[in-house]
Design a protein around this ligand. Structure first.
Ligand SMILES: Nc1ncnc2c1ncn2[C@@H]1O[C@H](COP(=O)(O)OP(=O)(O)OP(=O)(O)O)[C@@H](O)[C@H]1O
Length: 778
């Protein structure tokens, strides 16, 4: 059974144990999907683009096209595990969904990709901000094609260079005396140094055969095959303010180096091409402000696209390209092309910005590529730096969520991440282009790449809305002291700068050649042991990480399955309820309809009593008529026969028959009518009986009520009689009471008073006295 996982919102993957360095990016509660402005700087999730390479002819012939990659829309892609893939064997998940900032299908042109991915970072670069683009993917997925392209179909890098020169226009700073120094500073060069710069540049150019047709332009400036006229650069973005352009000039310096087996090599070193000398590795140092830079890497000042191309060509020749089983020209190193654009105003550097484009080595694992010996070592180192890049990105993402405490971000564990650190920590904008092919044979590796990118997509970057103060370049001598004060060169500082030895930095090591040989051997042994232990630790960590990732994904799937089951149950219940309601509604409607029909029939059948009696009389009359006719018919037949035989030979026999038939038909019709009427009579009689019953019931009820009423009447009559008797007795009493008062009045008022005074205890007498008084007054 197929299941799928959406890894776009995948949760924490792992957390390194060590505590050494944490990123300066402030933690945010939840990574915002959209960009938002926060205290002058903008927070934005890292832009992660996906580019899907088209199939080659061979791949199609080898049945590599098994619909493993399906682009759902411009932001969603589905990976379907092909038969025989490890993913299908080791888990029952066969479908994985991933989301990206934008997805570019196999038909996407280089120009379209440039416009939709790099344009905004290009304008950042021209505005004095830093930018980084890196391509990530398995070998043969199209990383180099995306970054560099081909002679006929240039990639992002040549287009960025073209756009930069388009922006500079005629405002080129011709002097080569202002050169990038450390990571963010600018060094002032004396005339001798300028001479050296020019001769180094000339030496490189001399060894480059002009292979690119468009470099042989009449003016030698060179331009892309689809240069400015056809490239749809956003002119408003790339053209600087006219007033600013009037006084400002620009100088572009580029460096091209690679990280191979965890060593940094300069790709613009002339001796490399001769292969006579073993190339020396460069160190990645700290500039004292926490910014890593490649010490002694060559920065070349270029003044045209043609020159830029020559450098690119020269560097590419130096690039380690080792054959692997998968891709004969596979590049086994991470290559970084860096540009620094200096904006110079009347001899003073106003600002400097950096744009780095990194083509990472293939991310495949050793077993797949069947690498041995030196190749295995390469693969280990490549995987190690990519693993650390993955750790950094995951730790950054974890630190930006509240759930997990700020953890160590292992930027310093690899050269690559040391150099990327500034971009990830608010000093520029980084974006990633994930390259994949659609081949069934590389499905497992491609899935791994996609999981990595799902984490990267959640990293939030702080993007300064204006060039950072700390990035404003300062003109320095070798000791790092400023050479320019108030717009004038400080002679004293210049003097000391010219006389001092090269600055030693913290990473400078002791001279190993002074140690005795056996000590050196011991040291090598112990270092080897340490290295092995470290590798083992890394391996264990990687396995743990993978296990954790797997567990987290399983957990997520189980949770989402549970949720879906619950939702389905709820839906089922809701539909059941709805169904029952609808059923009840129909039942009611049917009942209502039946009742209405019954009522209508009743109304239709209802016949008033008078009409019924009249009908009955009519029927009776008809019946009588029928029997009369029958009788007549019976008597008529022999008479007709007789008349036929005797009386009237002229009346034809047929006429008599016809008459009989007619009469018989009439009789039948009348009988049918009678039948109908009989039915009607029966139904009416039934109705009549019903009505009589109802009437009887009503009458009974009425009689009952009347009896009650009579009883009540009798009762009330009795009560009235009683009351009358009571009233009569009361009246009699009143009369009785009235009668003894008469003689007292006759005795006179005075006698009464006396009696009252002499017998005060007799209340009744007192009352009588008052009554007497009243009576007197009246
Ligand atoms: N979008 C594309 N359209 C046409 N061809 C492409 C595209 N992408 C890559 N290719 C071709 O596929 C092949 C492999 O591409 P590329 O060398 O860029 O892969 P890669 O990922 O850089 O490999 P490696 O890691 O080994 O350097 C090349 O022949 C390239 O021309």
């Amino acid at each position: 059974m197929s299941t799928f996982t959406d890894l776009a919102a995948e949760d924490s993957v792992y957390q390194p144990e060590d505590m050494e360095l944490t990123c300066t990016t402030p933690p945010v509660s939840s990574p915002p999907k959209q960009s938002e402005v926060n205290g002058g700087s903008e927070q934005q999730t890292m832009r992660v683009y996906l580019r899907v390479r088209p199939f080659s002819k061979d791949e199609r012939l080898n049945d590599e096209d098994q619909d493993c990659v399906v682009i759902e829309n411009s932001q969603m892609v589905t990976l379907n595990a092909p038969k025989g893939s490890a993913t299908l064997k080791n888990s029952d998940k066969s479908i994985h969904k991933f989301s990206f900032s934008q997805i570019f299908g196999p038909e996407t042109s280089q120009a379209e990709l440039y416009e939709d991915t790099v344009q905004s970072q290009m304008s950042d670069f021209l505005d004095g901000k830093n930018a980084l683009i890196f391509s990530y993917g398995v070998t043969n997925a199209g990383k180099t094609f995306t970054i560099q392209g081909t002679q006929k179909d240039p990639g992002i890098l040549p287009r960025v260079l073209d756009a930069t020169f388009h922006h500079i226009g005629g405002d080129q700073y011709e002097g080569m005396d202002l050169k990038p120094y450390l990571r963010n500073d600018v060094q002032y060069l004396d005339p001798d140094q300028v001479k050296q710069e020019r001769s180094a540049k000339a030496a490189i150019f001399a060894s480059v055969k002009e292979e690119y047709d468009y470099l042989r332009g009449s003016d030698g400036s060179g331009s892309l095959p689809c240069s400015s006229t056809s490239l749809s650069y956003n002119q408003t973005v790339l053209t600087s303010d006219p007033t600013e352009a009037d006084i400002s000039q620009f100088a572009l310096w580029v460096a091209f180096f690679e990280i191979y087996n965890e060593c940094v090599y300069d790709l613009l070193q002339p001796s490399l091409c001769t292969k006579s000398k073993k190339r020396s590795a460069l160190r990645v140092c700290d500039d004292g402000a926490g910014n890593a830079y490649v010490k002694d890497v060559r920065w070349i000042n270029i003044q045209s696209l043609g020159e830029a191309y020559k450098l690119l060509q020269f560097g590419n020749k130096n690039r380690s390209a080792a054959a692997t089983k998968m891709n004969q020209s596979s590049s086994r190193s991470h290559s970084i092309f860096s540009m620094k654009l200096l904006k110079i105003d009347r001899g003073a550097v106003k600002r400097m910005s950096e744009f780095s484009l990194c083509d990472l080595a293939g991310s495949e694992r050793c077993n797949k590529t069947k690498t041995f010996g030196e190749r295995l070592k390469e693969a280990g180192n490549i995987n190690n730096s990519l693993l650390i890049l993955g750790k950094c990105i995951t730790a950054l993402r974890n630190n930006q969520t509240e759930r997990i405490k700020s953890s160590y971000i292992p930027f310093r564990e690899s050269k690559l991440t040391k150099l990327f650190q500034a971009f990830f920590c608010g000093k520029g904008r980084a974006s990633m282009i994930v390259n994949i092919n659609q081949c069934a044979s590389t499905y497992d590796e491609t899935l791994h790449v996609m999981k990595f990118s799902a984490v990267a997509k959640q990293v939030v970057q702080m993007i300064p809305d204006k060039p950072l103060v700390s990035l404003a370049p300062c003109l320095v001598g070798r000791d790092g002291k400023p050479l320019v004060r108030n717009g004038m060169i400080d002679d004293q500082a210049l003097e000391s700068y010219l006389s001092e030895d090269e600055l030693l930095d913290e990473e400078d090591e002791a001279d190993m050649s002074l140690l005795p040989q056996n000590e050196l051997v011991n040291m090598i042994d112990s270092l080897r042991t340490k290295l092995l232990a470290e590798r083992r630790r890394n391996l264990v960590q990687e396995m743990e990480i993978r296990k954790e990732m797997g567990d987290a994904m399983i957990q997520q799937i189980m949770e989402s399955e549970e949720l879906h089951t619950r939702q389905i149950e709820e839906l089922k219940e809701r539909y059941q309820e709805k169904l029952e309601d609808t059923f009840e509604m129909y039942k009611d409607a049917i009942k209502e309809h039946a009742y209405q029909s019954a009522m209508n029939n009743l109304e239709d059948d209802y016949v008033p009593l008078d009409e019924f009696i009249a009908e009955q009389e009519k029927v009776e009359a008809l019946r009588r008529k029928v029997s009369e006719l029958e009788m007549r018919g019976a008597s008529a037949v022999p008479s007709v026969d007789e008349s036929c035989q005797t009386e009237s030979p002229e009346v034809p026999e047929a006429e008599g028959n016809d008459r009989y038939k007619r009469l018989y038909k009439e009789k039948c019709a009348i009988e049918m009518m009678c039948e109908d009427k009989q039915q009607l009579i029966l139904s009416l009689e039934r109705r009549l009986m019903e009505l009589s019953e109802t009437l009887k019931k009503v009458r009974d009820g009425f009689l009952e009520k009347s009896a009650d009423l009579e009883a009540l009447q009798r009762k009330s009559d009795g009560e009235i009689a009683e009351k009358d008797l009571e009233i009569a007795s009361l009246k009699a009493e009143v009369e009785k009471l009235k009668s003894p008062l008469q003689p007292k009045v006759k005795r006179g008022l005075l006698a009464n008073i006396k009696e009252a005074v002499t017998s005060p205890r007799k209340g009744g007498s007192g009352r009588i006295l008052r009554k007497t008084v009243k009576t007197v007054q009246h």
